[in-house]
Design a protein around this ligand. Structure first.
Ligand SMILES: Cc1cc2nc3c(=O)[nH]c(=O)nc-3n(C[C@H](O)[C@H](O)[C@H](O)COP(=O)(O)O)c2cc1C
Length: 192
């Protein structure tokens, strides 16, 4: 199963990067298959340092902002316990991993991540349609260059009522950030 969450990685100087990622989870989170695109900072960092931390979260703002590389502030973190890396303060569970195999023969690389330490910070707050809709919209926002505009517009129109009906302030704000980003992309082009 693919689980959507947040991945922290560092470059060789220790600089933190945070990105939403959806690894394939094996067993009860004993290992993952990560598939970061070659153009992403996550890909470069994992190639360089071969370690990171995957987080299960239930807040949506960082997912929305980090997906489009518009983090408004760096989230609080603490040092990881078994690897050199960072654990997000605001997460439900985290998994510290080492990369043990890398296959870069395809455009979307595959990296095997063996979990060396896991922890629980707080209980998961529960399923929410608005948050799921924002995850879908955030994924669309990262693929505007490969998905037809009509398809994106129709998906966002379909997802929007779930956000309005079931979201709180945080969800409405996160959805707006993504909507503005998508609108801007079509107005100004990919560099906007
Ligand atoms: C829920 C979710 C899951 C994602 N999963 C992946 C993934 O598995 N691989 C990938 O390359 N990008 C994935 N993305 C897109 C990246 O998060 C996005 O391209 C981001 O800008 C990469 O950031 P980085 O360059 O800081 O690594 C996902 C986005 C979202 C919202």
């Amino acid at each position: 199963m693919i689980v959507e969450g947040l991945l922290t990685s560092t470059d060789s100087d220790g600089t933190l990067n945070i990105a939403p990622m959806g690894p394939i989870v094996h067993g009860d989170f004993q290992s993952f298959t990560l598939r970061p695109w070659a153009g992403s900072t996550t890909f470069q960092n994992l190639l360089q340092t071969q370690r990171g931390v995957f987080h299960i979260v239930d807040s949506i703002t960082i997912i929305a902002e980090a997906a489009i590389r518009r983090l408004t502030s760096t989230p609080d973190t603490v040092a990881a316990e078994k690897i050199e890396g960072f654990v997000l303060d605001d997460c439900c569970r985290w998994f510290e991993f080492n990369i043990t195999a890398i296959d870069t023969t395809h455009e979307r690389s595959e990296m095997t991540a063996d979990v060396v330490h896991a922890g629980v910070r707080r209980p998961f707050r529960g399923f929410n349609r608005a948050r799921h809709a924002i995850i879908e919209t955030a994924i669309l926002a990262t693929r505007l260059h490969i998905i037809a505009r009509e398809e994106v517009t129709s998906a966002v129109n379909f997802l929007s009522p779930a956000v309005e009906k079931t979201g709180g302030k945080e969800e409405l704000a996160a959805f707006k950030i993504l909507q503005d980003y998508i609108d801007n992309f079509y107005k100004e082009g990919p560099s906007a």
